[in-house]
Ligand binder design. Structure first.
Ligand SMILES: *[C@@H]1O[C@H](CO)[C@@H](O)[C@H](O)[C@H]1NC(C)=O
Ligand SMILES: *[C@@H]1O[C@H](CO)[C@@H](O)[C@H](O)[C@H]1NC(C)=O
Ligand SMILES: *[C@@H]1O[C@H](CO)[C@@H](O)[C@H](O)[C@H]1NC(C)=O
Ligand SMILES: *[C@@H]1O[C@H](CO)[C@@H](O)[C@H](O)[C@H]1NC(C)=O
Ligand SMILES: *[C@@H]1O[C@H](CO)[C@@H](O)[C@H](O)[C@H]1NC(C)=O
Ligand SMILES: *[C@@H]1O[C@H](CO)[C@@H](O)[C@H](O)[C@H]1NC(C)=O
Ligand SMILES: *[C@@H]1O[C@H](CO)[C@@H](O)[C@H](O)[C@H]1NC(C)=O
Ligand SMILES: *[C@@H]1O[C@H](CO)[C@@H](O)[C@H](O)[C@H]1NC(C)=O
Ligand SMILES: *[C@@H]1O[C@H](CO)[C@@H](O)[C@H](O)[C@H]1NC(C)=O
Length: 596
């Protein structure tokens, strides 16, 4: 390596010395036809100076001669300086010419004298005498000042002619082939070829190119904004070279790549012109990307699907706790708990017990978060019934939570009352700290229920054993009415937002069927509560009438004003009453409320 560098240095030094301004093959004579005595010499300090009248006039340029070219060996860039002698009487005093060439940036110069004497005005060819200084070695890209005057020089005045010659660069055809330009890579045509080969997992890019005499080493590189690979290759005896890059296709994030071949010519060294080629490797690449993306996508979707299945499986606490009344497993708490708001009427203490046991069952066995006015009386007291209901309704509407409407005698009676029928006041409502919540609930929910095209939010149900189909207010006749506990499984699927019937299969949840649900403690309590009320009803056929209070017995409730307000604003309500046999105008209902 040291030897190589030293060799380069020497070669460069030699080349630089050779290219210095000078005259190659300097002939000592400039004889021409009709001119026997002509000599070329270095300029001397003592110039021949003559009086003005004894000095010849100045020369002029010969426009016909090409100035810039190669020397006769085709190795060096040279200029010829050619001038003519004016055919006038002063020719007799002419003793010669002096030519001075100065490179402008360095002040490097050559100076020669032509010494001759001319007897005739014109040469034997009857043309003006013409002299030429040939093969002055110059440097491409440099500028020279050429000045010529005839001898002897006049004492006063100046007949010097001057001309600036700028030598073109190696790109110029006239000097392109000179050695120093070849050594600068002027004639190198790499004829680069790129072959992309797709091997399994690997991408192979072969770069082939023509080498040239004057550059032994080449650096071939491939790059884009993500990577840079390079390989050095030496020419040795070959005329064409090739370099192969192999890399993983995944490294390519972009289609566009640049391939560059940097030669190291003697003259330009590390700054030589380096051909580049842009290649686009997209078709295969993007296909692979597509495949990758698709695969990843499928993996993600598959993962989600598996996760969903897992979630669904684990969300079903009944599967894991079917043997006994275990608390819902820990994993359940991490899932999004479904919330359900229960709307019901406090028909009877025994019915209230059923509702409470249902809540316990939903909460413990089904892992549902139950919202019940009775269980939230503190907040209800602070907010008031309408605000409390509205707050929950909004929460439920903005989520996948549900509203369970438990129909009973009281619900139907209160609905009819809203539509103008006889008002109902239940003992249990009077006893309850929250009072009648059903009427404000219905006034809020029914318009919304009717308006919403899907009744997804609302689950209408009734306890088959203690209530009947007739207890369901007419607005709810448009949707499915579930019988409890027979259809509790369906209700539970509704709460979970899952379809019981899916193509090809019917889902079942262990322990929720009517005959099984009471086998664990929380559901047994529910079962017992239903049976207790059922027995009571059988023993007291007029149980509902017994529960009714006369309006005189009724203490005016705080919330009543609110209920009236809600009815006032809910003008739509009237339209929902038309199905009621005893439907009166809403005005009457309102008036009744106001008069109370
Ligand atoms: C002219 O000068 C050059 C260097 O300036 C020298 O090498 C050469 O010998 C000289 N020629 C004559 C004839 O004196
Ligand atoms: C310089 O003059 C010589 C002799 O006349 C000639 O052979 C050569 O081609 C000329 N070079 C240029 C660049 O004109
Ligand atoms: C012309 O040159 C010759 C020889 O170089 C010299 O002897 C002679 O004196 C010169 N004539 C003049 C007028 O300078
Ligand atoms: C070249 O010579 C001229 C005149 O003698 C001078 O003004 C100039 O500074 C010189 N340039 C260099 C680069 O030496
Ligand atoms: C040599 O090549 C370099 C790089 O292309 C270029 O910049 C320089 O001008 C060339 N030299 C000549 C004398 O043309
Ligand atoms: C350039 O390469 C092509 C094929 O790679 C070849 O056919 C052609 O002759 C080459 N041209 C030169 C000037 O080397
Ligand atoms: C190739 O040569 C260049 C210039 O000499 C050098 O900087 C680089 O490190 C070399 N690269 C390799 C891969 O040898
Ligand atoms: C190059 O060629 C020379 C003679 O042509 C031969 O002696 C030498 O072994 C060759 N070198 C290589 C690397 O092929
Ligand atoms: C690449 O060069 C090697 C020799 O270095 C040669 O055997 C091979 O055929 C070349 N490949 C191409 C594609 O030109």
């Amino acid at each position: 390596m040291i030897h190589f560098a030293f060799f380069c240095f020497c070669l460069t030094a030699v080349v630089t010395a050779l290219s210095a301004l000078r005259i190659v093959d300097k002939r000592l004579d400039c004889k021409q036809l009709g001119l026997d005595d002509c000599k070329i010499s270095n300029c001397s300090e003592q110039r021949m100076v003559a009086l003005r009248e004894h000095a010849p006039t100045g020369p002029d340029w010969d426009p016909e001669h090409e100035q810039v070219g190669m020397d006769r060996h085709g190795l060096l860039p040279v200029i010829n300086v050619t001038w003519r002698i004016k055919a006038d009487a002063s020719i007799r005093t002419l003793n010669g010419s002096e030519i001075n060439i100065v490179e402008e940036s360095t002040n490097q110069s050559v100076c020669v004298q032509f010494s001759y004497r001319i007897g005739q005005l014109l040469n034997p060819n009857d043309r003006r005498w013409t002299f030429s200084l040939e093969d002055v070695v110059v440097e491409p890209g440099y500028t020279y000042m050429v000045s010529i005057f005839n001898l002897p020089k006049p004492e006063i005045g100046d007949y010097t002619i001057r001309k600036q010659i700028t030598i073109p660069g190696c790109g110029d055809k006239r000097i392109q082939k000179v050695q120093m330009c070849l050594e600068n890579g002027s004639l190198w045509d790499p004829n680069m070829s790129v072959v992309i080969d797709k091997k399994p997992e690997m991408l192979s890019i072969n770069v082939g190119f023509e080498a040239t005499t004057y550059s032994e080493r080449y650096q071939v590189s491939i790059q884009n904004s993500d990577f840079f690979y390079s390989k050095n290759v030496s020419k040795e005896n070959r005329t064409s070279l090739n370099v192969t890059f192999e890399f993983d296709e995944w490294e390519l994030s972009q289609c566009k790549m640049f391939i560059r071949i940097q030669p190291f010519f003697i003259r330009c060294k590390n700054h030589c012109w380096s051909p580049e080629k842009t290649i686009h490797y997209c078709p295969h690449h993007s296909q692979w990307r597509l495949i990758l993306k698709t695969t990843l996508g499928l993996l993600v979707i598959g993962g989600c699907f598996v996760f969903l299945l897992w979630t669904t499986f684990h969300k079903d606490p009944l599967n894991t706790s079917s043997s006994a009344a275990k608390e819902p497993p820990e994993v359940f708490q991490l899932q999004e708990r479904k919330r359900i708001l229960i709307i019901y009427s406090l028909d009877h203490p025994l019915y209230k017990n059923i509702v409470l046991k249902l809540c316990a069952f939903l909460a413990t066995k089904c892992g549902t978060e139950v919202v019940l006015d009775l269980l939230d009386s503190t907040r209800l007291g602070v907010l008031g019934s309408i605000q409390w209901l509205e707050w929950h309704k909004e929460k439920i509407e903005s989520s996948s939570d549900k509203i369970l409407i438990l129909c009973s005698r009281g619900v139907q009676a209160k609905w009819r009352a809203m539509c103008g029928d006889k008002q109902v006041f239940l003992r249990e409502d009077a006893r309850s700290p929250v009072g009648d919540m059903l009427t404000p609930s219905l006034s809020l929910m029914v318009p919304h229920f009717i308006r919403s095209t899907s009744f997804k939010k609302y689950i209408v149900a009734y306890f088959e054993d203690v209530c009947s189909e007739e207890d369901i207010p007419s607005p709810f006749h448009v949707t499915v009415r579930y019988k409890l506990m027979k259809q509790f499984e369906e209700v539970y699927f509704r709460i979970l937002d899952t379809e019981k019937h899916e193509p090809g299969k019917v889902k079942k949840i262990e322990g929720l069927s009517e005959d099984k649900y009471h086998q664990c403690p929380s559901s047994r309590a529910l079962h017992d509560a239903i049976q207790a009320f059922r027995t009571y009803q059988q023993e007291h056929p007029h149980w509902f009438e017994d529960e009714l209070l006369e309006s005189s017995e009724l203490e005016v409730e705080e919330d009543l004003d609110e209920i009236c307000e809600s009815l006032k604003t809910s003008t739509d309500l009237q339209t929902y009453c038309i199905h009621e046999p005893s439907c009166q105008s809403l005005e009457e209902t309102r008036n009744w409320f106001y008069s109370t």
